[in-house]
Design a protein around this ligand. Structure first.
Ligand code: HEC
Ligand code: HEC
Length: 160
């Protein structure tokens, strides 16, 4: 109950944020998704990949980037539905995020989408390799608000 009350307050307190580059997370996050898909890395915003990417990923969780991320069928269904309902197609930034992804392509990495690469084209190759970053997939290394879905450039701190 507490969480339900808190969310609108967070958004009300930061209207500029929500309007411009705002939270990339859906207003009503799914607790199962947050717990399961945030266990090994930050729970990546569903709006950053097309629905077909999420469906493909959720269909092969036992082989997930070299890890076994498999779940019981009910959880797979609940999380797949949540991802599909909040995928890039349903985002206000949909056109920007989907641009350059072919209609039959189902990229499995946000970090390999043309949108991600455009947004990060000022970051030199060696920065991604710094020990405290390690990989472009490590969003929280630079985006201090990533856990809350806040990727605003004002909150970026690139570790040395
Ligand atoms: C057992 C650990 C584990 C769990 C649980 C897990 N993942 Fe991952 N995931 C990984 C690893 C490891 C990578 C690769 C990270 C890297 O390249 O640095 C990854 C990468 C990803 C990427 C690609 C990141 C990029 O490069 O853009 C996405 C998207 C993703 N996971 C989504 C999910 C979703 C959705 C779930 C929940 C169903 C989930 N993950 C659960 C371990 C996990
Ligand atoms: C090495 C540090 C670093 C990592 C790791 C990183 N980013 Fe970024 N990101 C940046 C910087 C710097 C910018 C700001 C670019 C600019 O000035 O416009 C940015 C911009 C963004 C923006 C646009 C914000 C805006 O206000 O327009 C989004 C969204 C974003 N990143 C998402 C991600 C996601 C998702 C991940 C992980 C999959 C990630 N980033 C990983 C450094 C990083």
């Amino acid at each position: 109950m507490k969480k339900l009350l808190l969310l609108p307050l967070v958004f009300a307190a930061a209207p500029a944020l929500a309007d411009s580059h705002g939270s990339t997370l859906p207003a009503a996050a799914n607790p199962k998704w947050k717990a399961e898909c945030g266990a090994c890395h930050v729970a990546y915003p569903p709006a950053l990949l097309p629905e077909r990417s999420w469906r493909k990923m959720m269909g092969s969780l036992e082989r997930h980037f070299g890890d076994d991320a498999s779940l019981d069928p009910a959880s797979v269904k609940e999380i797949t539905d949540f991802l599909a309902q909040n995928s890039a197609e349903r985002s206000s930034r949909s056109a920007k995020i989907l641009r350059g992804i072919g209609p039959a392509d189902a990229p499995q990495r946000i970090t390999e989408t043309p949108w991600f690469q455009r947004k990060h084209d000022e970051i030199r190759a060696d920065v991604w390799k710094r020990p405290k970053v390690g990989s472009a997939a490590n969003c929280t290394a630079c985006h201090t608000g990533a856990e809350k879905g806040d990727y605003n450039e004002d909150r970026v701190r690139i570790p040395r």
